[in-house]
Design a protein around this ligand. Structure first.
Ligand code: PXP
Length: 262
């Protein structure tokens, strides 16, 4: 299983002072030394964290490969076509959100057309494509129809459900489903996606505490993890934070479920 480290929040810290530290490019190099199999960044339309210059420097520096998250309707598609990251993940984007709040809506209409056009352009440029979607059968089937190479299953609802079950959800959101139900949705979604020939990634809200059951899903080949790893890196350093997450992924694949602590 590949671990991609999302380093957006290294840039968030820098942008808090509009200065030149901490540097996301240095963070990326340290993440690679800790065992990251790829570096993920989201170049948002409002440029709230990662800047265009960061992206260009990352492309020139990162050895493992960059996964660029972007919105289909943004100017970032043009940038992606020019700089050609290894992989591009299309995500929904709203200015007022704190972070990406859910998967793409793949229904009919103008939004789907924009998505299809962006996918086609990215594929033609030789960039591997992924769509960030909720683990719902209809979305997975629609993603396969659109011809993406991969999907990234949104694990945020699972993460929320676990926090809610433990009484630790800060927001006023209340989950209707249990963590087991959410996990089951992810498992079934991963199986369906594989059966349709899609590569399966997952991410959002994954932490050292909740990652093991997701990492144990055999069909999932790649995880994108940001906030939790960067948070730990503030305290113990990036290299160690990544190594500790890699160790958990390894354990998830080698330890029988019954023997695993969650
Ligand atoms: N995957 C996608 C598509 C995302 O937008 C994000 C957040 O930028 C992540 C994964 C990582 O989420 P987190 O920071 O909660 O680990």
């Amino acid at each position: 299983m590949r671990l991609h480290i999302n380093i957006d929040h290294v840039a968030t810290l820098r942008q808090a002072r509009r200065t030149d530290e901490p540097d996301p490019v240095r963070a990326a190099v340290l993440a690679e030394l800790g065992g990251a199999d790829g570096i993920t960044v989201h170049l948002r339309e409002d440029r709230r964290h990662i800047q265009d210059r960061d992206l260009r420097l990352l492309l020139a520096t990162v050895r493992s490969g960059v996964n660029l998250e972007l919105a289909a309707a943004s100017d970032v598609v043009r940038i992606a076509l020019e700089i050609r990251p290894r992989e591009a993940t299309l995500v929904p984007e709203r200015r007022e959100e704190i972070t990406t709040e859910g998967g793409l809506a793949l229904g009919e209409g103008a939004a789907r057309k924009k998505l299809a056009a962006a996918l086609e352009d990215l594929k033609r440029a030789g960039i591997r494509t992924s769509l960030f979607i909720d683990p719902e059968p209809a979305s997975i089937r629609a993603a396969a129809e659109l011809g993406t190479d991969a999907i990234e299953l949104h694990t945020g609802e699972y993460a929320h459900a676990l926090l809610a079950a433990k009484g630790r959800l800060q927001a006023d959101r209340r989950r209707a489903d249990t963590p087991e139900e959410e996990l089951d949705r992810i498992r079934r979604g991963a199986v369906l996606a594989r059966s349709l020939g899609l590569d399966v990634h997952a991410g959002h809200g994954l932490t050292y505490e909740n990652v093991m059951p997701v990492a144990a899903v055999a069909e999932i080949e790649e995880l994108n993890i940001g906030h939790s790893v960067v948070s730990r890196a503030v305290l113990v350093g990036m290299e160690r934070a990544v190594r500790e997450m890699k160790d958990l992924l390894r354990q998830a694949r080698t330890t029988p479920a019954g023997a695993r602590e969650q």
